[in-house]
Design a protein around this ligand. Structure first.
Ligand code: SAH
Ligand code: SF4
Length: 365
C-alpha cells in the first residue's frame, strides 16, 4: 500500500538537501545507500541508523509514494508499468531491455543486457499533439521530482536490476518534460547523485516538442543532459497541424535554440521524426530534412506512427521508412528507425493508461 500523502517523498531530495535536515551529515549518505543501492522502502530496516532517526524518518518521509497498478510484459522483453499516485492519478513508464554486444577482458564478444527506462514527467500533457494518445486525456498535473525518481527506483527493484548496472533514462513517456522544468531538472540531478543511482546526465535524454525558451534555459544550466527534439515535420504548416505549439515556436526558432545548446563533443542532438503515411513519409521530406539540419550535429530517429483507437493517421510501411532512412544515411546524416519495442503491449505513449481509464474510470480524481 502507498503511504500517507501527508508524508514527504524521500526521493525528492538531493543529497545536499537531505544532509541539511539530517544530522550528522553522513547519515544522509547512509540513507541514500539504503534507498538507491539496497532499494529499501522501509526506514525500520536501515540497520546502521540509530533508532530515534529511523523513527523520525518514518514519521516524516515515505519511500513508497507510487503503487504499481499493472505491469504488461512484451514478448521482446520490454515491460510497461502503470503507476498510481497518492492522489489517485495514473501514469506509465516503460523498461526497455536490449541485448548489447560487448567485449570481455580478453576481447571476446559477449552478450550483455542494456536497460533504458522511459519516464513520464506529467500526468497528461498540455501540448495537445494531434497524433498523441496522451494528449487526448488532457492535463492533470506535473509529476513531482520525487515521483519521477521513484519510477526508476521501483522499476529497478521490481526487476532486481543490480545497482551498478548501466541504465539509460529517456523522458519520453507521458508529458512534456520542459513544461515541468524545475521538477524534471531536479530529478536529473537526484538520479545522477554519485552516492545514489549514479545515472549521469549524459545518460539521460530529454525529449521535447520544442518549447524554444525552455531549450535555452536548459542549455544555460549546462547539466550535460542529452537533447531530443520531436520535429515530425519539415514545414511549419504541417508541424502546426501536428504540434499546435509550433504556432508559438516555429521550426526556425526551435532549430536556432538547438544550435546554441551545449552538446558533448562525442554526442549529437537527436531529432525524432514521426512518420505518418502519405503525410510526411516521402523522399521530398527527407531532402528538406537534410537541408534543415545542415550544420547541426544531428542524428535522426524515425518513429513509425503507432495507430490507436480513433486516430486519423495511418502507419507507413517499413519499406517507406527504410527508403527515407537510406536516403539520409547515404547523404551522411546518421539515421535510425526506432525499434517498435513492445508494440504488442500498447506501445504508444499514454495507451496503457487510456486502456485502464476506460475500464476503471474511478482511478481519476
Ligand atoms: N512530450 C515529449 C516527450 C514525450 S512523447 C515529446 O513530445 O517529445 C515521446 C515521443 O513519443 C515523441 O517523440 C512523440 O512524438 C512520440 N509519440 C507520441 N504519440 C505517438 C504515436 N501514436 N506513435 C508513435 N510515437 C508517438
Ligand atoms: Fe505532449 Fe509529447 Fe504527446 Fe505532444 S507528443 S501531446 S508534447 S506527450
Amino acid at each position: 500500500m502507498i503511504d500517507t500523502p501527508k508524508k514527504k517523498n524521500i526521493f525528492g531530495y538531493t543529497l545536499s538537501e537531505l544532509s541539511e535536515s539530517i544530522t550528522p551529515k553522513f547519515r544522509a549518505q547512509q540513507i541514500y545507500k539504503w534507498l538507491y543501492i539496497e532499494y529499501k522502502i522501509d526506514f525500520e530496516s536501515m540497520s546502521n541508523l540509530p533508532k530515534h532517526l529511523r523513527e523520525e524518518l518514518s514519521q516524516k518521509y515515505s519511500a513508497q509514494n507510487l503503487e504499481i497498478l499493472k505491469c504488461e510484459q512484451s514478448r521482446d522483453g520490454s515491460k510497461k508499468y502503470l503507476f498510481r499516485t497518492h492522489d489517485g492519478h495514473t501514469f506509465e513508464s516503460v523498461l526497455i531491455q536490449m541485448r548489447d554486444k560487448q567485449r570481455d577482458a580478453n576481447g571476446k564478444i559477449v552478450s550483455s543486457e542494456k536497460w533504458t527506462i522511459c519516464l513520464s514527467s506529467q500526468i497528461g500533457c498540455k501540448v495537445g499533439c494531434a497524433f498523441c494518445f496522451t494528449a487526448k486525456g488532457g492535463f492533470y498535473r506535473n509529476l513531482e521530482a520525487g515521483e519521477i525518481v521513484e519510477q526508476v527506483v521501483q522499476i529497478k527493484r521490481d526487476n532486481a536490476i543490480p545497482p551498478h548496472k548501466r541504465v539509460n533514462i529517456v523522458y519520453m513517456g507521458m508529458g512534456e518534460p520542459l513544461d515541468n522544468f524545475e521538477n524534471v531538472t531536479k530529478a536529473i540531478r537526484i538520479l545522477s547523485e554519485k552516492d545514489g543511482l549514479s545515472i549521469s546526465a549524459r545518460r539521460q535524454t530529454i525529449s521535447t516538442s520544442g518549447i524554444a525558451p525552455r531549450i535555452k534555459k536548459l542549455g544555460m544550466l549546462d547539466l550535460g543532459v542529452q537533447l531530443a527534439i520531436s520535429l515530425h515535420a519539415v514545414d511549419d504548416t504541417l508541424r502546426s497541424r501536428l504540434i499546435p505549439m509550433n504556432k508559438a515556436y516555429n521550426i526556425a526558432q526551435v532549430l536556432d535554440e538547438v544550435r546554441d545548446f551545449p552538446v558533448d563533443a562525442r554526442k549529437r542532438v537527436m531529432f525524432e521524426y514521426l512518420m505518418i503515411k502519405d503525410l510526411n513519409d516521402s523522399l521530398k521530406e527527407a531532402k528538406k530534412l537534410l537541408s534543415l539540419l545542415d550544420g547541426i550535429r544531428a542524428k535522426v530517429n524515425l518513429i513509425l506512427f503507432n495507430p490507436h483507437e480513433g486516430s486519423e493517421f495511418l502507419r507507413p510501411s517499413e519499406e517507406r521508412a527504410k527508403a527515407f532512412a537510406d536516403f539520409l544515411t547515404q547523404k551522411g546524416l546518421l539515421c535510425t528507425i526506432r525499434e517498435s519495442k513492445g508494440l504488442d503491449i500498447s506501445a504508444a505513449c499514454g495507451q496503457l493508461r487510456e486502456k485502464e481509464k476506460l475500464q476503471h474510470v474511478s482511478y481519476e480524481t
